[in-house]
Design a protein around this ligand. Structure first.
Ligand code: SF4
Length: 338
């Protein structure tokens, strides 16, 4: 039964009296949580993944420590790290037994999933509103509703898609839980541990300060809203989707930034891997592949939930993010001449 041994207990996290009790009575969970955070921060400094599996009590204490430290890039890094642990576990379970995963869908109120044989394939059947709630960060036609087989409000997806939808569910749920946790409760829970926690916070802030994004000569004030949003997400230590990264990398290349600088910008993402980022950026910008890719058009970004035009006055009149930048750059030059 998946819920009896799985590593996250959402109810426990929100029960601050139980957390206080575990913290005082069980030194092992407390030490494991402090060690985990210490390692997570050190790996962050080296841009390395950590991906350690935590038991339920240690996971809950760790999340409260992060609430105490109260730095957005740290919570983003933690959720990304644990999202990957969760994703790997789900993938393993799908190889072992589908019923476990179906039970996971229902136990956590994600939706009433089932398995059906369609042709010679086993497919998950999940409510379409679940699919569209958790597909937003997943790029590619495999995750767009218009390309799915739909029947009576249900979507049929393969096992890999199901694992990805669940992984995204986990990340969204963790952000929701974290937002429900009260900062003042973290002060109460960790009374007696402030020195150690303040030291960790100081170390994290110092590391994060050194990673501050530098756009060099480039004028970011005239970037379109979508590009600003992807940069903000990276600055907060988040993980933009594959298409957002592709758009940002090709956009920065086309406005004149060199590859080394683009890699540096991506070094703040929670799952950064320098050799893979350098290769991918070399591929997109043509230095490895010989093909220089362009950013996607606005229509493509809109259909992938990656347009953030809001009430921007220029966006409704353009078709491409580079067009936005060119118009704004010309306006700026003209206004200087006046
Ligand atoms: S309209 Fe185009 S340029 Fe503007 S935010 Fe959307 S995708 Fe970006």
């Amino acid at each position: 039964m998946i819920t009896s041994n799985f590593f996250v207990n959402f109810n426990l996290i929100l029960d601050k009296n139980k957390i206080k009790d575990i913290l005082v009575k069980n030194g092992k969970h407390r030490r494991d949580a402090f060690d985990y955070i210490d390692n997570l921060i050190k790996k962050y400094s080296d841009n390395k993944k950590y991906n350690a599996t935590l038991d339920r009590e240690t996971f809950a204490i760790t999340l409260w420590i992060i609430k105490y430290i109260n730095e957005k890039p740290l919570i983003n890094r933690f959720i990304t790290d644990q999202r990957d642990v969760f994703g790997n576990r789900i993938a393993e379970m799908l190889l072992e037994n589908y019923d476990n995963v179906i039970e996971y869908f229902s136990t956590f109120g994600i939706g009433d999933a089932s398995i059906e044989t369609v042709g010679n394939k086993y497919l998950f059947k999940i409510p379409f509103n679940i699919f569209i709630r958790y597909n937003k960060k997943l790029s590619g036609n495999k995750y767009r509703l218009v390309y799915q087989m739909l029947d009576n409000g249900y979507v049929y997806i393969d096992l890999r898609q199901a694992a990805h939808i669940l992984r995204e569910y986990f990340a969204v749920k963790m952000h929701d839980i974290y937002d429900k946790m009260d900062y003042s409760d973290s002060k109460d829970i960790f009374e007696g541990f402030y020195d150690k926690l303040d030291e960790l916070k100081k170390e994290f802030i110092e590391i994060n300060r050194k990673k501050t994004m530098n756009l060099g000569e480039i004028d970011s004030s005239i970037f379109p809203p979508c590009i600003k949003e992807y940069i903000n997400e990276i600055n907060d230590g988040g993980n933009p989707s594959h298409m957002a990264r592709l758009t940002l990398a090709t956009f920065l290349h086309h406005i004149g930034m060199d590859n080394e600088h683009i890699v540096k910008i991506f070094s703040r993402t929670a799952d950064f891997d320098e050799s893979s980022a350098s290769y991918q950026i070399g591929h997109l910008t043509g230095s490895i592949s010989g093909t220089e890719y362009s950013p996607p058009k606005c229509a493509t970004l809109k259909s992938n939930h990656l347009c953030y035009m809001g009430d921007d006055a220029l966006c409704p009149h353009i078709k491409h993010p580079l067009q936005y930048y060119e118009i704004k750059a010309k306006d700026k030059i003209n206004s200087r001449k006046k």
